[in-house]
Every structure is written in C-alpha cells, then in structure tokens.
Design a protein around this ligand. Structure first.
Ligand code: MRU
Length: 358
C-alpha cells in the first residue's frame, strides 16, 4: 500500500546488506523511519518493543529472524535457541509460533551449505502467501460491504479496532482489505477508527494508513462505539485477530470484546478477518490463550509532538497510581457474525472453519 504515494511493504530482505528492512511503527505517524534488522536479537527486540506488530507481521519478522540467525551462526544448537527466543518474544499471536515452526520443518535435515538459501526462500514465501491471503480476505469481505451498500445506497460506515491494516500484515491488511477493495470498486466507505489505548494503534496507525490511501475515517475514543451503534451510525464492525480458536472464539486487542457486546445489543454485524495462519487448531478453551500483559508505563505515559514538532513523552497521571495493562481479550464465538478468511466467509464455529479448511 502507499505512503506519500509510494508503494511499500512492511518488511523485505535487503540482499546487498544481508539484512531485513522494516518500517519502525513506534515512530509513526510523526516520523517515517525504515530500520535495518541485522541480527536475530534485532528481530526479537523489534517484536518485543513493537517496532513491528500485528499478528501476520510478527510471524514474518520471526521467519526472517531465523534467516538472520543462520547468517550469524550456521549451527543447529544456535538455531534451536533462536527459534525458542523468537516464539517467546510475544505470547498471544499464534502466527509467531506458526511461522517459526514452518521454518524449522522446512529446514530439518537440510545441510549447512543449502540452509541459508532455503530459509530465505521460505521466509519470502511466508510473506508472499500472506499478501495473497490478505488480498483474498479483501475480495471475500468486499461482498459483505457490497450487500450493505446495495440495501443502503449510501456510505457504508465500518468500525474497526486497533490496527489490523496493512501495517499489521505485509500488505492489504486483514480488517482493512475489504475496505480497500470496496474503495477500488467505487463503494463509498467511511471508517470509525477506535483510538485503541494505551498504544493508540488505531489513531497512530490505522487512521494514518487510511489517510495515505484517501479513505475517509474518523478517530473515536475507545468507548464511543456503543453510542454510535445506538444512533445507527455503524453499519458493520470488522476487526482483526491474534489467535482464533477452532471453536470460533477470537483473541484480539483489548476492548474488542466490549465492541462485540455493543454490536450484539444493536444488531450490528460483527466480523473478524483473518488468514488461516492465525487459527489455533489445538486449544479448545479460550481461557488457555496466553494473554499478554505489557508494561504499565504504556498507560501512564503518552508520546506526541510538541508545538515545535519535537517528539515528546509525558507522564499523564499520578506517579503513585497503580495501573494494569492487559493487551488482549477474547470475544466468544457467539458474538461473532462471521469469520472472513482467504477461503471465504464462514460461521465462527468448528463446523464453519472445518467446512473451509478441513
Ligand atoms: O499489540 P498489537 O498492535 O500487535 O495488536 C494487534 C492486533 O490486535 C491486531 O488486531 C491483530 O494482530 C490482527 S493484525 C492483522
């Protein structure tokens, strides 16, 4: 997708420097900085500090982390340790483990002369596949937007939470892909962007990328979705997910569950967009999903630009106050109208997912 009119992807391999390029998302929207990851430690750090974030993108970064580990030290013991460290860099998004496991399976039994080439090709393939899957999610989700437009004959208002846009994937995004496809087809769309405290991925990233693609959007506080739904100003919700169980239960950014409850109460369709790499086929009970708890400083401090254009971080509440920063919640399947996947739209249930994927 575009930034200042130029096409980008979120991650790519720099053959000349044997490094991985990323867009540093901690600096957006005020600064656009492309950063080099040179070692596996750089990759782990980028995932932990959220220079890269979003389930599919952290999976791709981990895959390239494996490539960097081989460049650094082509040794099986080192590779095993790096794989574990990459998987443990963030707990909730299943794409991380999915990508590392896929790399390790691909590399098992490969001799040390060939391993780098094979690893690099597989990491690139993971990215290409994600782009294709997100594009198909867009085409499948487009039909849902089109249905609403055909009935309403007016702008379709879509609410989204966090950033499940192209910045969270390699290109297109998951939740945003149907929106980009609707715009391409000439359907008027407007997006309600949840600010998404504490890190403001909605305001800082989703609104930013929609602006760059000239999609009308309005940032709202995380608690405003309910009243907008009561007023009939939301036609549908589309969110992303970090881990969707085979039961159809959906883990996503904290606050998603409350949006789904409000949507149910107001008969607003609530869709979740995901590539199959985000499905956890093993866990059946959503209480077993590891929920990331992040540093409470993400709540107590906020970053922005001052009147001179300098980026500043300030403390926003009493130093003595305690805070808690749970980063994800789970929306039970019964509140999800449907799952938009690369293979089609299905019911959020074992039966629905099995029909598409088994
Ligand atoms: O903590 P983040 O910013 O990595 O959380 C991201 C989300 O919750 C996204 O909705 C999810 O990863 C889906 S990305 C297509």
């Amino acid at each position: 997708m575009k930034i200042e009119g130029k096409e980008y992807r979120t991650i790519w391999f720099d053959e000349k420097n044997q490094s991985v390029k990323i867009i540093d998302q901690t600096k957006l929207p005020h600064q656009f900085i492309i950063k080099d990851l040179k070692t596996v430690k750089d990759s782990i750090n980028a995932i932990k500090t959220m220079e890269v974030r979003g389930a599919p993108l952290i999976g791709a970064t981990a895959a390239y982390g494996i490539v960097l580990s081989i460049i650094e030290n082509n040794d099986q013991t080192f590779l095993k340790k790096c794989s574990e460290d990459l998987i443990n860099s963030r707990p909730t998004a299943i794409n991380l483990k999915w990508a590392v496991d896929r790399m390790i399976i691909k590399l098992s039994g490969v001799n040390s002369n060939e391993i780098l080439n094979i690893a690099l090709n597989e990491a690139k393939e993971i990215c290409e596949e994600d782009v294709k899957f997100c594009e198909n999610i867009g085409l499948n989700g487009l039909k849902l937007i089109e249905e609403i437009y055909n009935k309403k004959k007016d702008t379709v208002n879509i609410l989204t939470h966090c950033n499940a846009g192209w910045l969270a994937t390699i290109n297109w995004g998951t939740a945003t892909s149907p929106i980009y496809h609707a715009q391409k087809k000439g359907i008027p769309v407007h997006v309600w962007v949840d600010e998404t405290r504490p890190r403001n991925q909605g305001a800082n990233l989703t609104s930013y990328e929609l602006n760059e693609e000239e999609i009308p959007n309005t940032i709202i506080t995380d608690n405003a979705g309910g009243i907008l739904m009561q007023r009939g100003e939301v036609d549908m919700c589309i969110v992303g997910t970090d881990r969707t169980l085979s039961t159809g239960d959906v883990a996503n950014k904290i606050g998603t569950y409350l949006k789904a409850l409000a949507a149910k109460d107001n008969n607003v369709p609530f869709y979740v967009a995901l590539p199959s790499s985000t499905i956890d086929w093993k866990i059946k009970d959503f209480k077993e999903i590891p929920i990331e708890e992040r540093n409470s400083e993400e709540l107590s401090h906020i970053e922005g630009v001052d009147e001179k254009g300098n980026v500043k971080k300030v403390q926003i509440y009493p130093k003595k106050s305690k805070s808690m920063n749970l980063a994800f919640d789970v929306t039970p399947a019964k509140y999800v109208t449907g799952l938009i996947t690369e293979k089609g739209v299905c019911e959020a249930s074992e039966e629905g997912l099995n029909k598409l994927f088994k």
